[in-house]
Design a protein around this ligand. Sequence first.
Ligand SMILES: [Zn+2]
Length: 743
Amino acid sequence: MKKLLIMMLICAPFFAVAQEQEYKERFEQLGSMLPTPNSYRTASGAPGENYWQQKADYSIKVKLDEAANKITGSETITYYNQSPHPLNYLWLQLDQNMRAEGSDSELVGTATFFNDTIPGKYLEQYVANGGNSYDFPGGFNIESVKNADGDEMDYLVQKTMMKIRLPQTLKPGENISFSVEWNYFVNDRMKGGGRSGYEYFEEDGNALYTIAQFFPRMAVYNDVEGWQNKQFLGSGEFALTFGDYDVEITVPDDFIVGATGMVQNPKEVLTKDQAKRYEKALKSTEQTFIVTEEEAIENEKEKSSKYETWKFKAENVRDFGFAASRKFIWDGQMVELETTKPFAQSFYPKEGNPLWEEESTKAVKNTLVLYSERTFDYPYPQATSVHAASIGMEYPMICFNFGRPDKNGEYSVRTQLGMTYVIVHEIGHNFFPMIVNSDERQWAWMDEGLNSFLESNVMFEYYPDLPYSDNIPQAVTGYMKSSKDQQRPIMTNPEQVLRLGPNAYSKPAAALNLLRNTIMGPELFDESFKAYAQRWMFKHPTPADFFRTMEDASAVDLDWFWRGWFYTTDHVDVSVDEVKYFRIAQDESDMEKNTKAPEGDLGEKEEKEMKTDFSDGPAYISVSETPEFWYGEYRNKVDDEAIKARYADKHFYEVTLSNKGGLVTPLLFNLEYKDGSTEQKYIPAEIWRKNEGKTRKMLILDKEVSKIVFDPEGELADTDNSNNVFPKTESKTKLDEFKEKGE
Ligand SMILES: [Zn+2]
């Protein structure tokens, strides 16, 4: 690869040839790159007439043993086989086993010492990341798997997956109930990291638990993957089946618990006053405190050893998470959407204040409002933001978010920004992938990318004063022009991605912002994006369903866009090679001013022969008499003199462009006129359809131009501004730089 690049740069005459060959077929339809449409998933991107999905209902009882940091649980799962296939076994996810000693995550973890010193704190994390978990007895201990009659069932624990071998085939349309008992030790999140775990506060001797992946969960069985039982290595998140949850959580009786779903027994677990405030908060559009800071501080001191049980119910969710601590302050308010009235709420310790009481629930509300406008009205009864140091992690109706002021309660704009966008992001995950339930284990971008895109839209709309600049085309140019060894196409499994942040979050989000703001326009984009969200709400979409729906709903052929942005690591780098200026000669005296005759084709020219500015003035084109053979029997003859006169005042600019980055792109020019006015010109990407490496556009203008700038605001993600401007006053060409280096 490197060799080829050097060849292309040295041998200028071969440059265009090599480039054109490499860049061909950028506009071909994705065709066989997408799965063949069928009766489950149609060519339009909608679910087909035979679309089906499984269902799993859960009844779970867990106890959180505070002293041992241990969860003990039992669950009854009722699994509905709604597929047309008989099943002889079931697969469940045992995600905690990633933390078990000798797990694959441990074995395949890699690390390198970059320096000859390392701070002790980092060494511990480093050892964990590099392969050996810190001293911690992680992983599920499965105590029993029993059928509805209480008889032991035959099962296999296969690393992070568990297979239940069914004694009888589960036929289409049938369901089966079975029970699992288990326990595991909860990890200290501040030591070994992780999506769930606890943070211990030494000052008051309390922990804040953010608990997830805490029970064996049904894997997805569908028409695309069969069983999605790819092992959990840590990056590829979850693929889960929808169902109804009935969950009882037993904790010390001075704990406050937030969870997926609605609490069923508030009067039992809250004080009388708190229960009243909770009832009031549910119906109020004003922020209401259910547990105040003073109550939380009092609570911290109690350390009750008695236990009580919080009961939750959630319908049609793909997972369940909860947070528990005696440190929690709790506030909430109702959010009025067009058709639903969800409850926005926040749980946080005093350490989160004053930032959290000011911003958290507000951010939940802003997110629900904008996301609902762009997709569907938030269908769940509540959305919860929980304060948790250094992570952002999402579950249905509940998420864990970072952002903590310093000990004096002071915080920087960066802390506020980080806290705000992480809440927007994690609450936003309710839409993707909790409701539009894509397969995270296979495609991180389908939830992270779509969600980061909407996150950026909330931030720009509701927080214009915060210095947010992520997830837009300008933000990903550094990544996209970085070494191609460090990149993978967006369409890559998250385990193989080298830099998950830009690959699964900001690059796809930037692509969608580009699509919305520049290529399709907000109206057409929003309508199509909404079509996708509504078609796949409470279903399991794939990338093809998204790609197809966006085109199906808009009549915009985007195959070139998906191909370039999602299937390659090409970047946008358009060079304005030359701009030639022409006018139509009106008489002989104009022609006498000509210094050089214009050339017509796209043939290769030495760079030194190209014009670098407008100093030569226009070249004049004479209009000759139209030959007789152009006139058929029934056609009128044209008046050549009138045509010539009509264009007397026009200024013709022939702009020659080359595609240096490989990613085909629309063109956006800023034209600065001699009279000081400016104008923008947009040209769709199809201008490259016949030659993906080089193209030429004639701009016919009313006024004389002094400067032409390609991608003036960076909204096309052009990675090199030095070749975007004509006259070429800005900097040397790449070729000059290369030659200088070589000599
Ligand atoms: Zn995310």
